[in-house]
Design a binder for this molecule. Sequence first.
Ligand code: HEM
Length: 328
Amino acid sequence: MYKSTNLDLFPYPFHNIKEGSNYRYSNDLRKLEKDQTSCIHITPEYEKQIKRKRELLNEQPEVRFQSYPHTMEMQWEVAEMLINMAVESYPEHFQVEKNGNHWTFHNLTLNETESFIFGDTSSIEFEPLDLIGRHFTTDFVLMVHRDDNLYLEVAQESYAALFSPHWNKGMSFDEIHAPVPFVSRTDVPLAERVRNFLLSNVLPGEPWTRINWNLMANRWDVNYETFDTWGPTRFLVTPENAGKLVRLRVEEQFFYRMPRSNAILFVLNTQFLPMEDLELRPVWLEQTYSILSGIPKPMADYKGFTPFIEPTVEYLKNLVEKVKLQTN
Ligand code: HEM
């Protein structure tokens, strides 16, 4: 397991929630600032994360990467965008040479080189997004725009929460979100409102972002295919061990409209923070304690943490008290 060690880079999920307020589902999308549109981030955990991501892809390739054969051109478009972003954001880590269609991509941190003919899938070992995705710590999902909806047609996922390319391939935005216990405050269901918002506001050159979060008990990813493994570990948590076993699992999500295919690329940067590390930021600790104390049962059931929410809240209560005693 890795954890975020540079807390300045950790996408703390509750920044925009007012002190004393609860967390509820909402359309919390935010447009990215013009100078911060890249989804490529290098953290101190980069090498650890890439190593584990590739192990997971190799262990269960059909669960973690899926695509339709007609998506190759779209995948090349995404690969091109990611390579350009990487080289621009981190020239000290990534370089590319383009001689016509003959491209050579260098990952200097891992000391690896990928040489291929751009657009020619027979020149590479994996499909384009599967190949380039292995150089970045994020997960990638390509949602194709058709009939006023978005359909999952390509995905590379290693850190999934209740998600896998194998499970979700071909599903529409609405089908994917059907299990989420959204509460609608208007006549239009939240999934439909969010989908319409995405379709009209995520435009070429105007990416958006939001943060999703969960709690995980001693586990990196939870998908439906491995429920038998991670399901029972949720019952091992106690107020004594929750600090180490339970992690705040945060997904920083990015949404890009691809100019050529018109698909939406969904990128997920997943980071983990053990409960005990909240002590390093007392404001986060108090707010997380307050929010977790007020999570509605249907949300806890859906997120899968009902079996360990009580001992976790108990642990946080004790930690808040300990920190208060130390600062008084
Ligand atoms: C187009 C890209 C998107 C994809 C592919 C996607 C995919 C998913 C998936 C696979 C799940 C888990 C569903 C399950 O339980 O089986 C999920 C949950 C969820 N999605 Fe999305 N999503 C997208 C965009 C959005 C947007 C824009 C929002 C904005 C509000 C959103 C809000 C949520 C929420 C609140 C949940 C519940 C997560 C939790 O409580 O842990 N999604 N999404």
